[in-house]
Design a protein around this ligand. Sequence first.
Ligand code: 2AM
Ligand code: CA
Length: 262
Amino acid sequence: MPNQSATINVMIQAARKAAKSLLKDFAEVENLQASTKSPGDFVSKADLRAEKIIRYELEKARPYYGWVGEESEETIGKDPTRRWIVDPLDGTSNFLHGIPHWAISIALEHKNEITTGVIYDPIRDECFFAEKGNGAWLNDKRLRVSGRTQMIEMLFSTGIPFANKSGLSLTLKEIESIMPKCSGLRRDGSAALDLAYVASGRFDGYWERGLNSWDIAAGIIIVKESGGIISSLKKGENPISNGSILAASGKVFEEFSNLIMT
Ligand code: 2AM
Ligand code: CA
């Protein structure tokens, strides 16, 4: 079993409490699918309810930390070196469509470095978490990135820009270059779970652009502590600031990033 800090226990407890509320709302969304009413507003409220629960739990335990998240303005804490980076519901489109693939993502940043992360998938009761220097875990099992060595056996994941998001043709070009060389590509709709799946060796690599810090913050430390490599798609930059990310096992990082980052 992992030797967990008090901080990570607080984060996991907050995620589990929010999960109860989200699961109740998700059951409701599934009922709404067959009706003509739009569940969009309902889901925004589910998201806000989950954020409120997480914020209450985290601020109760650590009142001096700052906060940045999808649903509210950034708050600078009395301790300006630490902030929570939170996505109460990552994979909103899946949630909205009744697809059981979404997660809660909570990270702690200290002096511009992510030190702790929790990604909780309530549907499968899978809690991925990591703390700097303490390894990454899925429930009570230690995580390792994939050991596969041949790209042709590897499975990758990405996000494809939709609606008015930019970068569609670039992503399609990247997909065209990787598809003949690998064993498949998934577009599952939750950046947090994509990173958790790289950390657990389910995916061998993942890349996406146009993200926000809260989509990827927890995943970054979980991948790193699983022995994986994280990079921005712009060399030398920080994915937290520019929202473009590539994650992979060390076995394929170079080949993969050469295909994607050219
Ligand atoms: P969300 O579900 O919390 O919106 C899917 O490709 C990933 O991109 C999800 O993690 C999703 O997070 C995120 N995403 C969706 N729309 C986005 C947007 N307009 N800007 C940044 N990230 C977005
Ligand atoms: Ca998100």
